[in-house]
Design a protein around this ligand. Sequence first.
Ligand SMILES: Nc1nc2c(ncn2[C@@H]2O[C@H](COP(=O)(O)OP(=O)(O)OP(=O)(O)O)[C@@H](O)[C@H]2O)c(=O)[nH]1
Length: 419
Amino acid sequence: MPLSANLLPPAPPAPAAAAARSGPVAPTVSEAATASSSLRAEFSLRESSEEAPPSAPIGPPAPERGSPESASSPAGSPPREPSAPVLPAKPSSSSSSEAATPPAAQEVQVQCMARTRIPTAYGPVFLHVYHNNLDGKEHLAIVSDPAQLDTPAAADTDFVPIRSHTLDARWHDGETAQERITRGAYVSRLSGHSALPAPVPLSPAPALADAPLVRIHSECFTGETLGSLRCDCGEQLDAALSLIAHSPGKRGIVLYLRQEGRGIGLLEKVRAYNLQDLGMDTVQANLALGRGEDERTYGVAAAMLRDLGVGSAGIRLLTNNPSKVHAMRKEGIEVPERVPMVPRDWQLRDAASHTHALPLTAPQTPDPAALGESGWDARSKGATIVGGGIVRSEELERYLRTKVERMGHMLDLPAAKRV
Ligand SMILES: Nc1nc2c(ncn2[C@@H]2O[C@H](COP(=O)(O)OP(=O)(O)OP(=O)(O)O)[C@@H](O)[C@H]2O)c(=O)[nH]1
């Protein structure tokens, strides 16, 4: 049966004009970041992702400001989430000049809503779910700090755990131990026999003595979930967790920011891929869509790091991207060290350049010898991309070279030439 006219997809938008994008286009991260100040005044607890327009929110309803108790769900239904302390409201304004001004970094506030232990191929981590007053997205902090699983008495005396100040704070008078434990404000290992609520911390959050390894990672559905070989995002997530797990004390943080497609969102990234298939590189494709080459912002990331106590100790930042280093320093987060993330394939090729060139058709599966015993162990345990190995493809090679040659990423191109 032929497709009837009203089942046909809408005409594609003109690539060169973002303003001409047709159809109900939902806000992206960058649009959210520069949205009107009246929108910014809302501390929205709903998820207003690129895929879900604000008129159809997914997730828990926003609490009313000024009344933590009123954060519960409508009368008659059970509360959909515990009432959290509510961030101070920002002045609302409909002035267009104010609307065009991005919010100052110090205005960004975050609230860790919950934390839980996740056993991974690299050991246990604590997943923290954050809300913020800027973009309505649930950004994540993945904290590795296995000493926190010890009983407090067994912990080293100098031990300053990486913990969220806003999570551990008292949310309301009369808060119960069960409430604290349910949201993850507990110490030691939680079990059916052991449940110790965390003490309410002093203010401000205690500073860590050392600068932990930190990765500020941006969401990539295609790379991390599908294992796409167009990019190395899945490998980078895996590499960050692996590097932290192999560092002294295994302490570190991976911030997982919901800034899909360098901030343009999944929909636009998918369009950009089609333009890349026509011959554009990642930068050209973004620009042809009328977008910035990179629309990410890092104010929320900095606020999350401060909440985790690393504001003054600084961070050892796992990145090749100079913008992230600059952004952190601008936010007042010290970066005493940048730790490069060399693609595993390039590491192998550099090593191989001393012996022989690798064929381009080399298998995509990791080489146990190259990964080392621990890497191979991790791979065999990992069921998904995290715990995976080396990614390699012609498209990935183009993607990586564009980052170095067009985006200023601080990486040496590999010495080994393919045959
Ligand atoms: N627009 C666009 N975004 C992409 C593409 N491939 C991956 N991404 C996104 O790029 C982001 C990851 O950025 P990278 O440049 O790999 O890493 P980085 O964070 O800038 O830099 P490093 O810290 O050095 O890894 C994620 O949000 C991905 O979704 C692409 O072809 N086009």
